[in-house]
Write a protein that binds this ligand. Structure first.
Ligand code: 5GP
Ligand code: ZN
Length: 113
């Protein structure tokens, strides 16, 4: 297993697990860029959004649902937040395991690159 997020899913690399179910796990980003910066990660290894099989697109809807719950529980639902999925090199993806960023707790720029 040569994937940092698979290692976190397996408990080989420690992370503060904020939420988990049979499909996903959520934990704080190790290098946060906002007061709230959480990663929502599928337990199954999928390399990127571009690699998501068509018949698994419901998984991303589930990740959005969990991000919304974490935003509510983190007290940023009213002030506002952003969810981001980077895909591929020019999309800014560094870790090649599908993940969603939940960002909030400060004024974010327009984020359109
Ligand atoms: P990407 O640029 O691929 O969308 O985002 C990858 C994110 O994973 C980065 O924000 C980075 O800080 C985070 N990250 C990388 N390695 C680790 C790790 O071992 N633990 C945690 N919690 N976050 C990590
Ligand atoms: Zn992986």
């Amino acid at each position: 297993m040569d994937c940092v997020f698979c290692k976190i899913v397996a408990g080989v690399i420690p992370a503060k697990i904020l939420y988990q179910d049979e499909k996903v796990v959520a934990f704080p980003d190790i290098n946060p860029t906002a007061p709230t910066h959480v990663l929502i990660v599928p337990k199954k290894h999928i390399a990127s959004l571009a690699q998501l099989p068509d018949n698994e697109s419901v998984l991303v809807g589930h990740m959005v649902k969990i991000a919304n719950e974490l935003a509510r529980n983190g007290g940023i639902a009213e002030s506002g937040y952003r969810i981001v999925i980077n895909s591929g090199k020019e999309g800014g993806q560094v870790v090649p395991h599908l993940h969603m960023h939940l960002l909030g707790g400060r004024q974010l720029d327009n984020g359109m690159g």
